[in-house]
Design a protein around this ligand. Structure first.
Ligand code: ADP
Length: 463
């Protein structure tokens, strides 16, 4: 079936509806007018026959008719019959050819050939024994003139009205759908030109289309933002990877030409090692960030004893205990993924040392407060100026690349933030330049029934 536009379908539907309504109205008018005409005719018949009845009498066996008696008046023929139904006076209409029994006081319709008559009989008793019948006959003529003129008017007016309905409804539908056209045009041009900066830009309003256009504009804005940030991410990632690759390439070319001694070669190989380490760290950071973002590496939450986890993890980090200081008091259990939480703590602790003086310290503590578990990693390092405290959470942002050394790429804190979100928590930062920084993970405290498994480790998955 051919697909017609919605506007066209609305117009056709309304026009047909209008036509149907007009036909129904016409039929209704015709039947009402018929009923009214029938009522009027019956009233006329009854009134004429009764008036003639009052003028009729018998005087010594002779029929007497008053002056007001009319055998034919207002379309009503009045006939007089004897008690034995023998015709006495009047003029029977030529077309009334049927034998119709007398019924006193009952008006009825009688078919006589092609014609139809309204018949009313009235019995006039005279004395005990005698009397006469008065029969009124009225030919029922279809009000053809009225019907024809009504049909004629309808035939002229209806098409005009239907055409007006069709045009009007198409015009209204077209106007109502105009915003949809611009929405489609904008979406198509965005699709064609890959230009996410385009907006539909309908003036704000309360109708559905304005709201739809507003929602689309917001959607395009979000898409543009995330597209831009993906582009930026890809550019930053390739830039970060290109740097060690070009260092390695340069070192190889230099070694081919100039490295003569064993010592030179050892130095070159050590440098290549450092650069490949940097690349592999970057790649694993990029991978885990992408997995966390896409949900492929989602947090597998289980009750974890945080003291146990922090103790065993910080021992593995191989910093001396008088520089990496654990402030663990009460036993606190949280719903956490031990692997992800260890990565979060390691990133924060390593940053704490990286951005401190050589003899700087890092404190790790856990406490519970106001329905939250607070895991804090604090250092007495260089601190972060207030205006940079938002930016450091962005991917590849590094406030002080010289200090962070070659290993960092500005992905540590974004990963920390993603891990916090994966736990249903969030990060806060307090920092004062040249005094130190405190990064705090806020986790929702679990209910009282939650018990940690042994050593705070992840429970073994079922075989
Ligand atoms: P990276 O350490 O690889 O540079 P991060 O995402 O871990 O990347 O940190 C981003 C930036 O935030 C760092 O470059 C640094 O400037 C700043 N920063 C992070 N942690 C600290 C800290 N403890 N003290 C001072 N600055 C910090």
């Amino acid at each position: 079936m051919k697909a017609f536009s919605v506007k066209f379908r609305i117009a056709v539907w309304l026009t047909l509806l209008m036509g149907l309504l007009a036909v129904l109205l016409l039929v209704f008018m015709l039947s009402i007018s018929k009923a009214v005409a029938a009522q009027a005719s019956m009233a006329q018949l009854a009134q004429t026959v009764r008036s003639n009845l009052s003028q009729t009498g018998l005087d010594n066996g002779r029929l007497t008719l008053g002056d007001g008696f009319r055998f034919y008046q207002n379309g009503v023929s009045t006939l007089i019959y004897s008690r034995d139904q023998a015709f006495l006076a009047g003029q029977i209409p030529v077309s009334f050819t049927v034998e119709e029994d007398f019924q006193n006081g009952l008006t009825r319709m009688v078919n006589a050939g092609d014609e139809r008559y309204l018949v009313l009989d009235l019995w006039l008793p005279i004395g005990w024994e005698n009397g006469v019948w008065l029969r009124g006959l009225m030919e029922v003529s279809e009000n053809r003139q009225f019907t024809t003129s009504l049909l004629r008017v309808a035939l002229i007016v209806m098409p005009v009205f239907m055409a007006l309905a069709a045009l009007g409804s198409y015009w209204i539908a077209r106007r109502a759908f105009l915003p949809l056209d611009s929405i489609m045009a904008a979406a198509a041009s965005i699709n064609k030109a890959q230009d996410l900066s385009r907006r539909i830009g309908l003036p704000p309003g309360h109708d559905e289309f304005s709201r739809l256009a507003g929602t689309f504009d917001q959607l395009f804005q979000r898409l543009e933002k995330s597209f831009e940030s993906e582009k930026q991410f890809a550019a930053d990632a390739s830039h970060e990877l290109r740097t060690p690759v070009s260092i390695i390439k340069g070192a190889c070319e230099y070694a081919e030409k100039y490295d003569e001694t064993q010592e030179d070669r050892r130095e070159t190989i050590a440098m290549i090692h450092r650069q490949t380490d940097r690349m592999s760290q970057l790649i694993s950071q990029l991978l885990s960030m992408t997995r966390l973002e896409q949900g492929t590496e989602s947090a597998c939450l289980a009750p974890v004893n945080l003291n146990g986890l922090l103790r065993s993890h910080c021992e593995e980090l191989a910093y001396s205990p008088d520089r990496l200081i654990l402030e663990l008091h009460e036993d606190i259990t949280a719903m956490a993924d031990p692997t992800l939480l260890s990565r979060l703590v390691r990133n924060l602790v390593e940053n704490g040392f990286k951005y401190s003086e050589p003899n700087g310290c890092v404190w790790v503590s856990v406490r519970q407060s106001g329905g939250e578990i607070l895991l804090e990693v604090r250092d007495n390092g260089i601190g972060i100026p207030a205006e940079l405290q938002e930016k450091i959470w962005q991917r590849f942002y590094r406030a002080d690349p010289a200090r962070g050394g070659e290993g960092g790429a500005g992905l540590g804190l974004p990963i920390v933030r993603q891990i916090a979100h994966a736990h249903g928590g969030y990060m806060t930062l307090e920092s004062i330049p040249r005094v130190g920084s405190a990064f705090t993970l806020h986790l929702p405290a679990p209910g009282p029934s939650v018990q940690p498994d042994a050593k705070g480790a992840r429970p073994n998955p079922a075989p």
